[in-house]
Design a protein around this ligand. Structure first.
Ligand code: ATP
Ligand code: MG
Length: 262
């Protein structure tokens, strides 16, 4: 049996008297491609922060890559996890070069300081930026990039340490239709690559779920509405319960579509 990459049991996160997550029990196995879907404020980013060992839960047990949170050194664990999230992008220092942002991922740090990189690292960073269609951005400052360019650079950074777990928080948010389709396509190719890391992607839109994603978890108000195989989870009943509006759901050419039922 494939190993467990994430194992959450009865996980809760409380902030300022409210439950951001409540009683989340979830297992991600090696090789799975999961999507987490839910409305604004459902707790998706919070759940991804827990899975990235960036946020300690208030209740329950979390194991990441077979290390138990609370009993392991998270600084050793974090370089094994690649994360692309607006919460990370906000912390990029002004004037940081794109190439340095990708290179520093090997150390799970932000801001180039005094690390030494060898030519293998540099070659890998350039190859990842090329694979994501941003070879021409290598020498630019990250803070001068457009939203779409930033998203791609962040995915290259997340992949840089050859992570065992890849976490993508709304990778297509803020992109125009062409940019979104291009990114969905690239993430889809990654999902279909058997050598790519176990992946968890967050989105509001089932339309942004590439073909090749195997599992889905629906969140509403901090609680799991449904989870399991994508085609068993993306039903009219489950998505209606998740978003709190009556939805119809279709599937065409491997992609999903949800609309408000009239
Ligand atoms: N420090 C905090 N104190 C109180 N509430 C918080 C705190 N941090 C986050 N929240 C709330 O927790 C809820 C879940 O936030 P989270 O960012 O996980 O949602 P999300 O599903 O990612 O939403 P979105 O789709 O808008 O990104 C939100 O209602 C948010 O306002
Ligand atoms: Mg979010």
């Amino acid at each position: 049996m494939a190993g467990e990459v994430l194992r959450l049991r009865g996980v809760g996160v409380k902030r300022g008297g409210s439950d951001l997550l409540r009683d989340v029990t979830w297992t991600v196995n090696e090789g799975d491609r999961w999507v987490i879907v839910g409305p604004n404020g459902a707790g998706k980013t919070t759940l991804l922060q827990v899975a990235a060992a960036l946020l300690h839960p208030s209740a329950g047990r979390v194991e990441i890559l077979e290390e138990e949170i609370g009993r392991t050194d998270v600084f050793e664990l974090r370089p094994r996890i690649g994360i692309a999230s607006a919460a990370v992008a906000e912390r990029v220092p002004a004037g940081e070069k794109v190439i340095d942002l990708v290179l520093t991922a090997s150390y799970a740090i932000l801001g180039r300081w005094r690390e030494e990189y060898d030519s293998t690292d540099l070659g890998r960073a350039v190859a990842l930026l090329e694979a994501l269609g941003c070879a021409d951005l290598i020498k630019r400052d990250f803070d001068t990039l457009s939203e779409g360019e930033r998203k791609r650079v962040q995915i290259a950074r997340a992949l840089m340490p050859d992570p065992e777990l890849l976490l993508l928080d709304e990778p297509a948010a803020g992109l125009d239709v062409g940019g979104r389709e291009d990114l969905v396509d690239r993430i889809g190719r990654l999902a279909e690559d058997p050598d790519a890391p176990t992946t968890v992607m967050v989105t509001h839109h089932v339309e942004e779920v590439p073909d090749g994603f195997t599992h889905a978890l629906l969140l509403r108000r901090g609680e799991v509405v449904a989870q399991g195989k994508v085609d068993e989870v993306f039903t009219r009943e489950h998505l209606t319960a998740c978003f709190g509006v009556p939805l119809t759901v279709d599937r065409q050419n491997g992609r999903w579509y949800a609309r408000v039922a009239r």
